[in-house]
Design a protein around this ligand. Structure first.
Ligand SMILES: [Zn+2]
Length: 197
C-alpha cells in the first residue's frame, strides 16, 4: 500500500517522538486526519511555537519571555531560598510536589571534567550572583545521587559563602535514581529531610 507523501511526511515526524514507532505514528496521524481544520491548525501552530521557546535568563527554566513564571511570580519575590537542580524535568517534579516556594537554578547537568562540563557550563557564577543580589540565605541542593552529583554538591558548598546554609536532599532517592521519576510524596519527604552540608 502506497500512502500519499503528505501522510508519509507527517508519519516520519511523529516517529521522532520518544517511544513512538512507525505503526503507532501512522495510527496517530490517521486519527488527526479526522479532526476539523481548526484543530489541525491549532495543533500545528502550538508545535511551531516551540521553536521560539526561550530559557529564563535567571534560572534556566523554559520561558515565553526573558524571565520564567517562577522568577516573575510575586509570591516568590522575597524568598530567601534557592533550589539547585540538574534539569528542567527535575524542577517540574519539585513544582508538582507543591512543597517548595522559593527560586530555582537549573544547572543543565553536573560537573564532569571528562566531557568538558565545568562550573562555567553549569552557570555557577549565576548562582553566586543571585545569592548575593537576592540576599539568599539557604541553598537547597536537589541533585540526583551519583558520583558527579556528589562532586557537584561538594563544589557548590565550597564556592558558596560560608554564612549561606547549604543543604542537600537525599532521603528516599535511590542511588542512580532521578527526581523526575519520583512521586510528589517522596519528593516532599526528600525536601523535608534535607541535611546540612
Ligand atoms: Zn526563571
Amino acid at each position: 500500500l502506497e500512502l500519499p507523501s503528505t501522510l508519509i511526511k507527517v508519519v516520519e515526524q511523529f516517529s521522532k517522538l520518544q517511544g513512538i514507532g512507525e505503526k503507532t505514528a501512522l495510527r496517530h496521524v490517521l486519527s488527526v486526519t479526522k479532526w476539523n481544520t481548526g484543530d489541525v491548525h491549532a495543533f500545528a501552530n502550538a508545535l511551531d511555537s516551540l521553536a521560539n521557546l526561550k530559557k529564563c535568563e535567571d534560572c534556566g527554566m523554559f520561558a515565553d519571555d526573558v524571565f520564567c513564571e517562577v522568577c516573575k511570580s510575586s509570591d516568590r519575590e522575597n524568598t530567601k531560598t534557592l533550589c539547585v537542580v540538574e534539569s528542567i524535568t527535575d524542577c517540574l517534579a519539585i513544582e508538582r510536589s507543591g512543597q517548595f516556594g522559593g527560586l530555582y537554578h537549573i544547572l543543565g547537568g553536573t560537573l564532569n571534567p571528562l566531557i568538558g562540563i565545568g562550573p562555567e557550563e553549569l552557570g555557577v557564577h549565576k548562582i553566586l550572583q543571585r545569592v548575593k543580589d537576592k540576599g539568599i540565605g539557604e541553598v537547597i541542593l536537589a541533585l540526583n545521587p551519583s558520583v558527579e552529583g556528589d562532586a557537584t554538591c561538594s563544589y557548590l558548598r565550597e564556592v558558596l559563602p560560608e554564612q549561606i546554609v547549604v543543604d542537600r536532599i537525599g532521603f528516599g532517592i535511590p542511588i542512580g535514581g532521578s527526581l523526575e521519576f519520583l512521586d510528589s510524596m517522596t519528593i516532599s519527604k526528600a525536601l523535608e529531610n534535607r541535611r546540612i552540608m
